[in-house]
Design a binder for this molecule. Sequence first.
Ligand code: NDP
Length: 401
Amino acid sequence: MSRVLVIGAGGVGSVAVHKMAMNTDIFSHITLASRTKSKCDAIAKSVLERTGVTIDTAAIDADDVAATTALIKSAKPALVVNLALPYQDLAIMDACLASGVNYLDTANYEPRDEAKFEYSWQWAYQDRFKDAGLMALLGSGFDPGVTSVFTTYTKKHLLDRIDTLDILDCNGGDTGLPFATNFNPEINLREVTAPSRHWESGQWIEGPALSHKQVFDFEGVGPKNMYLMYHEELESLAKFYPEIKRIRFWMTFGDSYLKHLEVLGNVGMTSIEPMMFQGREIIPMELLKALLPEPSSLGPLTKGKTNIGTIATGEKDGKARTVYVKNICDHEEAYAETGNQAVSYTTGVPAMIGAAMMLTGKWKGEGVFNMEQLDPDPFMDMLNQHGLPWTVEDLDAPLAF
Ligand code: NDP
């Protein structure tokens, strides 16, 4: 039975808090804090209606380390779950160190002025968390997160040696809107417009954004174009699994989404370079975010399924084997349960499970950890019990290039 402080009241924060409130044996008291308190209050109202659990809410600017430290000291949590934006990661880690509390997030730190998607800043906290006897768990969403746990599960139970790993992320959901991103638009567009990069034979191979694609028939969705992209879990998987010769990440996009993106890019709206507009400095991407629908408003509109998984090739008992581990999640079912669509659901549920792993002591350690470093079994069990069941399937052949 533990107290928890969740920071961030977007779609992911909303799902995580609803799921925590459904597990009061682990999460005995929940405080939800975010920049806009009214969003926390709206989530608290929904949590009370759906689960009968009352949670505390607070306003916080998590960029302010002193204010966040004071909030942690007054809320007295055993764990801070950071579901704000990647920009806040280091400030919240600093506040956790200042108040002696464990930390969890779902996305790696990003400076506002450069899209890097790398763990270097957070891995640099290793000694400080270790010396303080605290644990920081990085990337407890779906990807990174569940896909990293799928990889460790594959290595523990399905393959003696992994040679290649492909992560396939398909959102077959349709909002009926001409253009919307299914999680924070700024972070989503930064990811999609970054050069593609994958790990092969000990080095990173880079190419232009969205320049390589193939069709894959996703169960529950159908055939979709998926594009080779860089995604942050590639860095930690390459570090912790040096045996894997090639690691790639693929994400599906519809033609209309890509057409909008191309036009927005051509006119400069996806730029993160500050510019002067009518005497004021603005960042075009931030203006675009303000114009696009809030991901948390897409719940009632989205129909269809997500299908995210890992295909690994390697050897088991001396024989070649290819295994596909995946979860399929239905947008409308996710919305009925928590009031949020499946992209928020598939991130918020693993955030709750990662928090449960830490609070129950099933995962413990001192220092900074990525998901693939920890025992996959209790996490995989909780996925099955809490709305993200997974399957294992043998494939006849590896993914084509
Ligand atoms: P949203 O943009 O919907 O929500 C972010 C929330 O953080 C908002 O409530 C926002 O407040 C709050 N926030 C922003 N800045 C601050 C600040 N300085 N202080 C306090 N609160 C702040 O994002 P999502 O819910 O879609 O995503 C949340 C996180 O999950 C992101 O880091 C995202 O990258 C990550 N993610 C990870 C995935 C994975 O699979 N690993 C997949 C999808 C998302 P306000 O409303 O006032 O702006």
